[in-house]
Design a protein around this ligand. Structure first.
Ligand SMILES: C[S@@+](CC[C@H](N)C(=O)[O-])C[C@H]1O[C@@H](n2cnc3c(N)ncnc32)[C@H](O)[C@@H]1O
Length: 195
């Protein structure tokens, strides 16, 4: 998707069906929320220079990355968005349904995020193909981007660091750190502007 975003309209429905069919029992089968899953995310979060007020986890699945951010940044309002209703239902089951609460989840497509421009100061995605245009659109000037592959190049939606660096730089996002932690890899960038 990072190289050919125009294919997404063809892939959207099969992708949604694929993940919806697997939402039940996802955490147990994949280890979501476990140490291996979250280690590179924790390493990336340490590179965020300023505690964010609003965080978005794109392609949040069952919400384990979103809940990590809620623990890591206790002052932040944290949102998770995912294409699959079943994944969102599994995430909501962990925190309850409160769309205005500190932690909330909703169904939405990363290719057309259901959020206004400049609305988050940290936008993250974990084990998800990046939709660069939208990630940057919803980011405030000076805000941070995190892209994590929990199992490095073995991650099904792995995107090469060079491609992340280049595609974000084209949109005004400077790399802060590109690294590895545990079995995974991470990219942290910062959008120009802000104070
Ligand atoms: C491999 S799972 C990762 C879930 C979670 N981030 C994690 O690491 O546990 C990929 C998730 O991305 C979601 N997804 C795929 N394409 C998406 C898109 N265009 N917009 C929103 N969610 C998407 C899927 O529904 C699925 O829940």
């Amino acid at each position: 998707m990072a190289r050919a975003p125009w294919l997404w309209p063809l892939l959207r429905s099969p992708t949604r069906r694929f993940f919806s069919a697997r939402a039940s029992g996802w955490d147990e089968r994949t280890g979501a929320g476990g140490v291996e899953h979250l280690t590179p995310l924790a390493a990336a979060a340490l590179r965020v220079g300023r505690a964010p007020e609003r965080v978005l986890d794109v392609g949040c699945g069952t919400g384990e990355g979103t809940l990590f951010f809620a623990r890591e940044f206790p002052q932040a309002r944290v949102r998770g968005v995912d294409l699959s209703e079943e994944m969102i239902a599994a995430a909501v089951a962990k925190v309850g349904l409160d769309p205005e609460g500190r932690i909330a989840f909703k169904v939405g497509d990363a290719a057309a995020l259901p959020h206004p421009d400049d609305s988050f100061d940290l936008v993250a995605q974990l084990n998800m193909p990046p939709f660069f245009e939208e990630l940057v659109r919803v980011l405030r000037p000076g805000g941070y981007v995190i892209v994590v592959s929990s199992w490095g190049s073995r991650t099904p939606f792995y995107t090469r660091p060079g491609l992340l660096r280049w595609k974000f730089l084209e949109r005004g996002v400077e790399p802060v750190e590109i690294g590895a932690a545990g079995a995974g890899t991470f990219y942290v960038g910062r959008l120009e502007g802000g104070d």
